[in-house]
Design a binder for this molecule. Structure first.
Ligand code: GLU
Length: 414
C-alpha cells in the first residue's frame, strides 16, 4: 500500500499547526500536545466472506485531541486508506470541531477496503467487526464516530447495533449520522452540503464588490457522493449555475447549467454521471474549467502543484477533506484565489452530528427546519469569527481558521 499521499497530508496538517503555534509563541511541549495523537488504535479485522473463506482487513481509530470534549469524527472505507491518512484526518477533526465551536475533540477511523467489491452481507460483517474492535474505546462521552467517505447511515445502524449488543444497553448518542428511525437527526444527510452553501453565501456577501451577481455565478463540483450531491442540489435550488459535476469515473459539463437531481437519477440508472449530457469531461478537466467557484467534494490532494496553475476559479470551497496540497494552496492563495478551508467549509456535517448527539442524549427531537436553522446560526457564527480574524490579521482564511482553533484548543488544555 502506497502511504505517500497519506503521509503528505499528515505532514501538511502538522506543519500548518506548527507554523501557526510558533507564530502564537506557544512553547515546544504545548505544540507537541496539539500535534501528537492521544491514542492510535490499529487492528486487524477478520471477516468471513460469502464464499466461506476468511479475509483479513486493516483498521484504525485514531483519537487525536480531547481538550474540548469527546473525540469526534467519521469512519472511512477506502482502498487507499492508510494509518497516516487516518491520523491526518483525525488531526483535521480536532481543528474542525474547534472552528465550528463544538464541545468535541478530533478523531477518525478507517479500513483499507474497496467497499464496491463487497456484497451487502460482507459489508455488514465488516462494519460489525469494526464496531466490535472499537467498542471499548468509544462512548457518548468518550469518542463519537460518524460516517465519512463510503460509509452511510445504514453502516452506522449496523455499528451501533453491534456496540449496543456488546455493551448491553442503549446509547444512541455514541454514533451520529444514523438513520432517523433509530435516533438519527432530520437534516443530517444533507448537512455537509447545506453547511457548505451557507458558508459560500456568507463569503460572497463579504466579497460581493469583486464578484458578479449570485445568479450568474458558475460552479463546478467534483465528487457526487453525499457531500457533492447535496451541495450541488442545494446550490442549484439557491439559484447558482452548476455547470459541471463528476464522480470517480468522470463527469459532465454544460455551460447552461445542470439539474443535479436529474444527474443523480441518470447515475442511479447507468451507474455513472458521464453520458448524462453530450459533453463528457474527465475529473482532471473539471478542476480547470473556466468557472467562478470550484468545489472539490471528493478526496484529498486532487489539486496539486501539477494542476494548480491551470485552475481558473476565483473561489474554491473545500468540501472534501484536504483536497488541495500545501503547494497548491500556497500557489493559489498567493494568486488571490479565495480558498474556504475544509475545516470550515465542510463543518456542517459534524455540526449536525453535534445536534444529533444533543438530541440523542436528551431523548427530545427537533423538526428539520429547527435543525437547519440551528446549523445556519452555528456555521455562520463560525465563518464570522474566521473572517474577522483573517481581516484583522491580514491572513488567508485557512491560517485564520487554524489560529482560532489552536487558541480554543490550547486554552482548554490544563
Ligand atoms: N466525516 C465528516 C467530517 O469529516 C463528519 C464527522 C462527524 O459527523 O463526526 O467532518
Amino acid at each position: 500500500m502506497d502511504n505517500a499521499p497519506g503521509k503528505k497530508m499528515l505532514e501538511s496538517a502538522q506543519a500548518l499547526i506548527r507554523k501557526t503555534a510558533e507564530k502564537m509563541k506557544l512553547d515546544e511541549e504545548m505544540i507537541k500536545r496539539v500535534i501528537e495523537p492521544e491514542f492510535a488504535h490499529e487492528f486487524s479485522l477478520t471477516v468471513t466472506m460469502d464464499n466461506g473463506k476468511k479475509k483479513v482487513f486493516r483498521g484504525w481509530r485514531i483519537q487525536h485531541n480531547s481538550a474540548l470534549g469527546p473525540y469526534k469524527g467519521g469512519i472511512r472505507f477506502h482502498p487507499e486508506t492508510v494509518r497516516e491518512e487516518v491520523q491526518a484526518l483525525a488531526t483535521l477533526m480536532s481543528i474542525k470541531c474547534a472552528v465550528a465551536g463544538l464541545p468535541y475533540g478530533g478523531g477518525k477511523g478507517g479500513i483499507t477496503v474497496d467497499p464496491k467489491k463487497l456484497s451487502k452481507t460482507e459489508l455488514e460483517r465488516l462494519s460489525r467487526a469494526f464496531a466490535a474492535r472499537i467498542t471499548h474505546v468509544i462512548g457518548e462521552d468518550v469518542d463519537v464516530p460518524a460516517p465519512d467517505v463510503n460509509t452511510t447511515p445504514e453502516i452506522m445502524s449496523w455499528m451501533i447495533d453491534e456496540y449496543q449488543k456488546i455493551k448491553g444497553y442503549k446509547s444512541p448518542a455514541t454514533f451520529t449520522g444514523k438513520p432517523v428511525s433509530i435516533g438519527g437527526s432530520l437534516g443530517r444527510t444533507e448537512a455537509t452540503g447545506r453547511g457548505g452553501l451557507f458558508v459560500l453565501q456568507a463569503l460572497l456577501e463579504k466579497i460581493k464588490g469583486s464578484m458578479p451577481k449570485f445568479s450568474s455565478l458558475t460552479i463546478a463540483v467534483q465528487g457526487f457522493g453525499n457531500v457533492g450531491y447535496y451541495f450541488a442540489k442545494l446550490a442549484h435550488e439557491a439559484g447558482f449555475k452548476v455547470v459541471a459535476i463528476s464522480d470517480s469515473r468522470g463527469g459532465v459539463y454544460d455551460k447552461d447549467g445542470l439539474d443535479p437531481v436529474a444527474v443523480l437519477a441518470y447515475k442511479k440508472k447507468k451507474g455513472v454521471v458521464s453520458g448524462y449530457s453530450s459533453k463528457k469531461i474527465t475529473n482532471e478537466e473539471l478542476l480547470t474549467l473556466p468557472v467562478d467557484i470550484l468545489v472539490p467534494a471528493a478526496l484529498e490532494n486532487v489539486v496539486s502543484e501539477k494542476n494548480a496553475a491551470k485552475v481558473k476559479a476565483k473561489v474554491i470551497l473545500e468540501m472534501a477533506n484536504g483536497p488541495l496540497t500545501e503547494e497548491a494552496y500556497l500557489f493559489l492563495s498567493k494568486k488571490g484565489v479565495v480558498i474556504i478551508p475544509d475545516v470550515l467549509a465542510n463543518s456542517g456535517g459534524v455540526t449536525v452530528s453535534y445536534l444529533e448527539w444533543v438530541q440523542g442524549k436528551a431523548g427530545y427531537w427537533w423538526s428539520e427546519s429547527e435543525v437547519n436553522q440551528k446549523l445556519k446560526e452555528m456555521i455562520v457564527r463560525a465563518f464570522e469569527s474566521i473572517w474577522e480574524k483573517s481581516v484583522t490579521k491580514k491572513m488567508p482564511l485557512k491560517q485564520a481558521a487554524f489560529e482560532v482553533a489552536i487558541e480554543r484548543i490550547t486554552s482548554a488544555m490544563v
